[in-house]
Design a protein around this ligand. Sequence first.
Ligand SMILES: Nc1ncnc2c1ncn2[C@@H]1O[C@H](COP(=O)(O)OP(=O)(O)O)[C@@H](O)[C@H]1O
Ligand SMILES: N[C@@H](CC(=O)OP(=O)(O)O)C(=O)O
Length: 508
Amino acid sequence: MTVESLPNGVAEHSSFEKHAEKLLAQRVVLKFGGTSIGKFASQIADICLSSLSENKIAVICSARSGLSKAEGTTNRLLKASREAAKPDSTKCDAIVSQILHEHISAVHFKSTELSQRLQRAMTTECRKLSNMLATMPKNGQVSPENEDEVVSVGEKLSAQFLSMLLEDYGVDSEYVDLSDIIHFEVLSGLNQDFYQDLAQAIGRRIQLCGEKVPVITGFFGRVPGGLLKNCGRGYSDLCAALVAVGLGAQELQVWKEVSGVYTADPRKVPTARLLSSIHPNEANELTFYGSEVIHHFTIEQCIPKIPIRIKNVLEPEGAGTIIFLDDRAKTDPYHHQRPKRPTAVTVKQQITVVNVHSHRKVESPEFLAEICKILARWSLAVNLFELNECHVSLAVHSKTPFIKGAEAQDPDDLQIQHQDLANAIQELKEYGAVDVVHNMAILSLIGLQLKRSIGIAGRMFTALGDNNINIEMISQGASEINISCVIAEREALRALNVVHTDLFTFLE
Ligand SMILES: Nc1ncnc2c1ncn2[C@@H]1O[C@H](COP(=O)(O)OP(=O)(O)O)[C@@H](O)[C@H]1O
Ligand SMILES: N[C@@H](CC(=O)OP(=O)(O)O)C(=O)O
């Protein structure tokens, strides 16, 4: 229909134009986390409706969690896959029944027909899961491919749920399963070419939905070597980024239960302030050093093309925090002359410090090379590294650092990681005297402005010293936007508040 063919005057014309604009407009991609889907499904439906009135949208879902991620569907599925690999396990059916029961009890639709359709679809999905678990090899090992296939059921269930919920709200929607989207050749591993091809494949698949709102699994496969193994938990953020790139979206919105990125974790620092924007490098550094607001692969994929906005499902009208390249300097000529201050402070707990004093039986370069080889052999990710020719101090996280939501990991995994650390320490002893200090934390001050400011590090260390907080190790310079130090874990919360008060509240 053309504008001229519209039967009546201006009102129709403007509503037509609005419709045409919407058709031509780039999409907004909305990603919802598992706990939000578990606790706030009706708010999510309202958010989608409100966004739809202005934009074309695409929706990505993580697997449903009840009250916490630790008790969420993904954790239950991981447990089921481990159980299925045992020769004598009898627990799989009970886990699958519990997952199905939790999903079915969350369905409170107006339409009985839709409720029944969804219940049937979810029952079929869980029956397929049971069969899959029953036929898995019983050799105590779960292959990455089998683990992925089991875990993907979480996102399949939640995306089907949300798609039908939107239907129940009168929105024409389509469930999109990306668990078998990879049908192109993966030539050399999961590099940027792979992610580019994947984003294009995802974009093509979603375009098939036409005018329907795509509700997409936050899980994509079949990833060579496994999605979980390659990307870790929190992969739905990455999936959302690829959807956004594949669609050339105008913005990726990651909806959470916090209003955005704050100057410190708002659950730990009551005076923390919401940041209206944050540079991608700062956001990545925050994620790595304990403020896991978003999986860092997400940022890598979206930036510089697509801005990411963190928003709160419980406060949808808030602007949230935008993660994008810093153009404040362009729009605000006085930006660089203002008092230099850090952007945020964060703390990473469960750190072990390992000090190795060389017994000088090998030359210094060999000593350092051997230490690095041992760390690589036991897959230990070192958060801080301090060295001179015959002494090395390492701050190691007892959990794999890039895993968002690592606190939700299974105790078995943690046991393996502790064992890896113990094995590494044993090998390090061949090269020197080793002492190990457990129960430490890394406190990090983060900000692009740090490289241009004088005296901030001194001020941070003085604030800690004035409050009798002992500093075990200092790192400044490896990253020019981060000043970190190691302190006792029992002081972590107090240190965070002390530094926040001194550098964010008083440094105005
Ligand atoms: N600087 C920070 N700004 C905002 N949230 C932070 C920060 N540091 C840590 N967090 C924590 O990150 C979490 C992110 O929100 P949440 O909705 O709980 O995550 P998810 O969607 O992964 O379940 C919150 O628990 C919050 O306390
Ligand atoms: N369900 C997956 C993926 C994910 O991203 O979860 P969430 O969006 O709830 O953090 C996990 O638990 O890791």
